[in-house]
Design a protein around this ligand. Structure first.
Ligand code: FPP
Length: 288
């Protein structure tokens, strides 16, 4: 199958409504019910998450259910990437991290790996003008030196061209696994201790955070997984310590803007306790 022939054409992004309604801080495309129009209440205690991380799963099953090659699920998955990037930007999310290729994915059949790498490269190059137009900055995390140079150069080109954008940061996790990241951070911390740049007694949670690939970003507030599996698959294990988790059976190619908004609405109703009691959290909310 030639991916170039099946990659869907560029669709212009729709004109955007303002990202956040300044009067009440509620993203305008999340329909406010009567309660959401009030001052923050116990069932609407969170604002829009700053950082949403997504495990995009179900491309293969989506394709196989239609008698198609798995690669065609990935092709359709690119359309969903575009749609959800737009939805996240419209909702006022600041960081969207997508698990696009794990370290373990290198062990898939070579033809699927090659097709995915090619697809990621051409999709990113093709989307770059629209990312710029929509003020989206591209970033990537992972052991990316393992990637073929064709895809890597296209990604680096897009990162350079969108570096000035200050809206949503679209962060692609590529050749990424959390255990690789934590081991890499530990090695670099050890090197800095050995070189005298860091005292071992000063190493705390913030230190570790600064050595992770996500050092410049807040931790994810919300982790979404499509495809129904109840696991975190070596994704951002340190960073999701207090993330709210939302799993949907919907396969990634079928995941719509409304599905995304539903996940955000659900997040806003969760009580995030960060180890405190519910009463302590409610007291803090009343004081705000
Ligand atoms: C998991 O589905 C998905 C992947 C391994 C790849 C996801 C990548 C994309 C959607 C392309 C991303 C492109 C850009 C430009 C970011 P699976 O194959 O594991 O599905 P299955 O669980 O049904 O087998």
């Amino acid at each position: 199958m030639s991916l170039a022939s099946v990659v869907p054409p560029v669709i212009m992004w729709t004109d955007k409504a303002p990202l956040i309604d300044e009067t009440n801080g509620i993203a305008p495309d999340i329909q406010p019910g009567p309660i959401m129009n009030q001052k923050r209440t116990e069932i609407d205690i969170n604002s829009v998450p700053d950082h949403v991380a997504i495990i995009m799963d179900g491309n293969g099953r989506w394709a196989q259910a239609r008698g198609l090659d798995r690669s065609e699920g990935h092709v359709e998955g690119v359309n969903t990437v575009r749609r959800i990037t737009e939805a996240a930007s419209e909702a006022g999310v600041k960081y969207l991290t997508l698990y696009a290729f794990s370290t373990e994915n290198w062990n898939r059949p070579q033809a699927e790996v090659d097709a995915l790498m090619h697809l990621i490269g051409i999709a990113i190059e093709r989307e770059t003008p629209d990312l710029i137009r929509n003020n989206v900055r591209l970033a990537m995390i992972g052991d990316v030196e393992r990637m073929p140079s064709e895809a890597l150069n296209r990604l680096r080109g897009c990162i350079a061209q969108t570096a000035h954008c200050n809206g949503l940061t679209l962060n692609l996790a590529l050749s990424y696994s959390s255990r690789w990241e934590i081991a890499d951070a530990a090695r670099r911390i050890a090197e800095d201790v050995k070189a005298g740049h860091l005292a071992s007694g000063d190493i705390d949670e913030d230190t570790v955070g600064r050595y992770l690939t996500t050092a410049s970003m807040p931790d994810p507030d919300l982790l979404i997984r499509t495809g129904g599996d109840m696991r975190v698959s070596n994704f951002l294990l340190w960073q999701i310590a207090y993330a709210e988790i939302y799993v949907t059976p919907v396969f990634w190619p079928d995941f719509t803007k409304d599905d995304f908004r539903e996940a955000i609405s659900g997040f806003r109703k969760r009580e995030r306790r960060f180890g405190l009691t519910g009463e302590q959290v409610r007291q803090k909310t009343r004081e705000q």
